[in-house]
Design a protein around this ligand. Structure first.
Ligand code: NAD
Length: 457
């Protein structure tokens, strides 16, 4: 095992030193997951549901502890961190009802009875990024366990602490040892092993598009199932008939939440040309009011970036790039220790600019005007990604037309909501393959088996 320092991004101090596991420990965990699989799968549905419900309650009992751990490890604001721990609780509670509702079908056929069963896949692996360590872990292990799979989970190197604690809380709740194992380690070691291990039947990956593409290529060798939740460059479209005060007031946190390190961040704002100046005036006032600072302060809305490297990457888009970037206005950020970067609004010269095309994954938004509905749809879809987006208008017909025309998996009208545990979440195009959450998430963790029983013999 090698030791690894986990850094608090708001102070740059070591929060904890942990041991990273290697291939050998990964193989041992997978072997245990294989071994306990039949017992977990054979458990009475109500009992498996009860254990998940208990796991949800134990998470709730430790909500403040988990939230404090995330503030320390990831620099998330305390309000967000509480929501994130609560989301794990809620996802577990939602899917605790699933074991007793994993229905198959009875299909009319000649000469007998035809039945379908939803069977667990076996060992499922979950690879989690650093931006939302708790929710993204829960979106994988909640439905995967409910469907009768055993789970091995790798948190990101930068943010392993809450996942490790969730692994302990599962045991405390009575989930049998080996059913859910958290393996802190490197992507190139533990993550890779998940992909190449023949007993791991699925990789549920959230992270960058480049790593996701590599996983899909390698998974092809074993025809291993994949769910990929990848990057985004989502559009926030503001029409001239929108309530401009509300749209402008909502715009800052639509890309500043989690310091912009959010795959659903609305980082391209499209504003109808005839209300562009009126929108920008209101937007600027809202931006300057955003409170950036100590994530432990209840009033803070935005904390630091996750690492020095991430801050350099973000800065490179705005300050060190070869193209000249027109900064319209900025918010403030603390000085001194911590990976701070101020909220920044840029005006691209064209849609070819990197700030308009690439996922920056920081508190930077690009704004452009559009002429009419067709132009807005064309610009919104002119991206490799398709994760989320927002449409601001009072015209119901337009809201529906544009929602249907934008190629993205999660759209909201007169709101920036993207994620609810009870509704599906996932991307079009380079934003991924498959859907998580909602009533259908179990399909991603089961195989459909068809059985015909002859009534003639
Ligand atoms: P990343 O791709 O570098 O890492 C994600 C995870 O993959 C980490 O746990 C990492 O250790 C692991 N990994 C790295 N190399 C691997 C390999 N070769 N094999 C297996 N695993 C490997 O991404 P990141 O920087 O941690 O996260 C940021 C990205 O995640 C952004 O692009 C963001 O848009 C995306 N994201 C997407 C969603 C979504 O739901 N679509 C949600 C959150 C984040």
């Amino acid at each position: 095992m090698t030791s690894h320092d986990v850094i608090n991004p708001a102070t740059e101090k070591v929060a904890r030193t942990i041991d990273l596991v290697g291939v050998e420990e990964t193989d041992e965990a997978v072997a245990r997951a294989v071994e306990v699989g039949p017992t977990w799968r054979a458990m009475a549905p109500a009992d498996r549901g009860r254990l998940l419900r208990r796991f949800s309650e134990v998470v709730d009992e430790h909500l403040d502890e988990l939230a404090a751990l995330e503030v320390e490890n990831a620099g998330h604001t305390i309000g967000n961190a509480r929501w994130e721990a609560g989301n794990v609780r809620d996802v577990l509670a939602y899917y605790s009802a699933a074991p007793e509702r994993l229905f198959g079908q009875q299909i009319p056929v000649a000469g007998g009875i035809d039945l379908t069963f939803k069977e667990p896949l076996g060992v499922v692996s979950i690879i989690v990024p650093w931006n939302f360590p708790m929710p993204i872990a829960g979106w994988g292990f909640g439905p995967a366990l409910a469907a009768g799979n055993t789970v091995v989970l790798k948190p990101a190197e930068l943010t392993p602490l809450t996942a490790m604690r969730l692994g302990e809380l599962a045991l405390e709740a009575g989930v049998p040892e080996g059913v859910f194992t958290v393996l802190p380690g490197k992507g190139s070691v533990v993550g890779e092993r998940f992909v190449t291990h023949p007993d791991v039947r699925k990789v549920c990956f959230t992270g960058s598009t480049a790593v996701g593409q590599g996983i899909m290529r390698k998974a092809a060798d074993q025809l291993k199932r994949v769910t990929l939740e990848l990057g985004g460059k989502s559009a926030n479209i503001v029409f001239d008939d929108a309530d401009l005060d509300v749209a402008a007031a909502a715009a800052p946190m639509s890309f500043l939440d989690n310091a912009g390190q959010d795959c659903c961040a609305r980082t391209r704002i499209l504003v109808q040309r005839n209300v562009f100046d009126a929108f920008m005036e209101r937007f600027e006032a809202g931006m300057r009011a955003v409170r950036v600072g100590d994530p432990n302060d209840e009033a803070t809305q935005m904390g630091p970036l996750i690492s020095a490297g991430q801050r350099e990457a973000v800065r490179g888009f705005v300050e060190n790039s070869n193209e000249s970037v027109d900064v319209a206005f900025r918010g403030t950020a603390p000085e001194g220790a911590g990976y701070w970067y101020p909220p920044t609004v840029v005006l691209p010269g064209s849609t070819n600019d990197r700030v308009w095309r690439d996922e920056i994954f920081g508190p930077v938004v690009a704004v452009l005007p559009f002429d009419d509905e067709a132009d807005a749809i064309r610009l919104a879809n002119d991206t490799a990604y398709g994760l989320s987006g927002s449409i601001w208008t009072r015209d119901v017909g337009r809201a529906i037309r544009v929602s249907r025309a934008v190629e993205a998996g999660n759209l909201s009208v007169n709101s920036h909501s993207s994620v609810r545990y009870s509704t599906p979440f996932g991307g079009y195009k380079a934003s991924g393959i498959g859907r998580e959450l909602g009533p259908d998430a179990l399909d991603a963790f089961t195989e459909v088996k068809n059985v015909f029983i002859s009534t003639d013999n």
